[in-house]
Design a protein around this ligand. Structure first.
Ligand SMILES: O=P(O)(O)O[C@H]1O[C@H](CO)[C@@H](O)[C@H]1O
Ligand SMILES: O=c1cc[nH]c(=O)[nH]1
Length: 260
């Protein structure tokens, strides 16, 4: 049978070698995928840079194979990449992202592990009913928590709001849109009172896909905006937050792999 080369991710099952990975780290940003591969994995091979959806095959320090892949921004792009990753044999996905905190105790520079998502995302409605739970895999999530504890990184565990827009959907008023709809004004405070920790743009759809397709998904995001104080991204804290999220996810992948 010829190797089926997937149109968007730009590689197929046969490109994954004789010891194919079952686990993927999935970043929104292709530069983050590259950083993970170059800094944390061994014997790395570039699989594709198609459409900026960079994918790398590498090995964990324990010798187990792993993918570092890119979802792009937002749920429509993530849904395409995840569908194709599952078709090449991926069974566990850890999203490594960035987010904005909406709780006063969650500082910029820290990390949030999502155990579930409030999913306000159109793409997810093509996959499951709106009421379908967006829940992280408990075993992969516990591996993230253990990894954070072993690496002595402070973490927050809880519910994430996944929305489709960075500006309107996250109630940003300092943008090109002069007319934030009434339905969105006050939504951040409402979510804060509902004990939602943070805003990002992919987890909800990822978690629903995991339920429907039957794979395991978890997510960790570095906090780069503190929405209690301002709408801005705090660049000075970004590298620390992202580096911690990556280190925890890589260690969690190793913990999960050795337990299974
Ligand atoms: O840093 P990534 O993984 O892209 O995640 C967050 O950053 C993007 C918005 O800036 C969205 O994709 C959001 O979910
Ligand atoms: O505030 C933020 C920061 C990163 N990503 C988001 O979606 N929101």
């Amino acid at each position: 049978m010829p190797n089926k080369h997937f149109y968007h991710i730009g590689f197929g099952q046969d490109d994954l070698g004789s010891l194919p990975p079952s686990i993927a780290l999935l970043s929104g940003d292709p530069e983050r995928s590259r950083l993970i591969a170059q800094t944390y994995l061994q014997d790395v091979r570039l699989l594709s840079e198609n459409r900026g959806l960079n994918s790398y095959l590498g090995f964990l320090p324990n010798g187990r194979p792993i993918l570092s892949a890119t979802s792009g921004m937002g749920a429509p792009s993530l849904s395409i990449v995840v569908n194709e990753l599952v078709q090449v044999g991926i069974e566990q996905i850890i999203r490594i992202g960035t987010c904005g905190s909406i709780q006063p105790h969650i500082a910029v520079g820290s990390v949030v592990i999502s155990n579930a998502a409030l999913c306000r995302q159109g793409a997810a409605n093509d996959i499951a009913p709106v009421e379908y739970p967006a829940a992280a895999d408990p075993f992969l999530t516990v591996a993230l928590v253990k990894a954070a504890q072993e690496l002595k990184v402070d973490y927050h565990l809880g519910i994430t709001a996944s929305v489709d827009t960075f500006y309107e959907g996250q109630e940003r008023t300092d943008s090109a849109n002069p007319n934030l709809m009434r339905s969105l004004r006050g939504i951040t405070e409402e979510y804060r009172q509902l004990n939602i920790l943070n805003y990002e743009m992919e987890c909800g759809t990822l978690f629903k896909m995991a339920g429907v397709y039957d794979f395991a998904a978890a997510a960790i995001c570095g906090v780069i905006a503190g929405r209690i104080v301002s709408e801005n991204i705090i660049l000075e804290q970004r590298d620390k937050a992202v580096k911690n999220a990556i280190a925890i996810a890589v260690h969690a992948a190793a913990i999960f792999e050795s337990a299974n």
